[in-house]
Design a protein around this ligand. Structure first.
Ligand SMILES: [Zn+2]
Length: 100
């Protein structure tokens, strides 16, 4: 279990922050032959006087990391592939696209 708590539990207004709860997320990890779950606990800390809430940020979504990698290059290659996709409940297909 990995805990993410603020370095400082004092509010900028001068009061002590109070821990009011936490958010827990899990990340599946794989090393050959073994799956493991990494549990992240992010405490929520609040100031009773000015109602400031402090919590460690959630790690970046994969889409942000992918965007940074793709847009970091001068040239981007793409492929558009048409595929037939089954429309839910209608037993018919329609043309869809996969972009890579
Ligand atoms: Zn405060």
């Amino acid at each position: 279990m990995i805990h993410h708590e603020p370095d400082n539990t004092h509010c900028p207004c001068g009061c002590a922050l109070k821990r009011i709860g936490e958010d827990v997320s899990e990340k599946l990890d794989y090393t050959p032959g073994v799956f493991t779950v990494e549990r992240h606990v992010r405490g929520k800390w609040v100031c009773d006087d000015c109602e400031t809430l402090i919590q460690a940020p959630v790690p970046q979504p994969l889409v942000d990391a992918l965007r940074d990698v793709v847009l970091g290059h001068q040239v981007i290659h793409a492929d558009e592939t048409p595929v037939q996709m089954l429309a839910p409940g209608s037993k018919k297909t329609h043309r869809s696209y996969v972009w890579a």
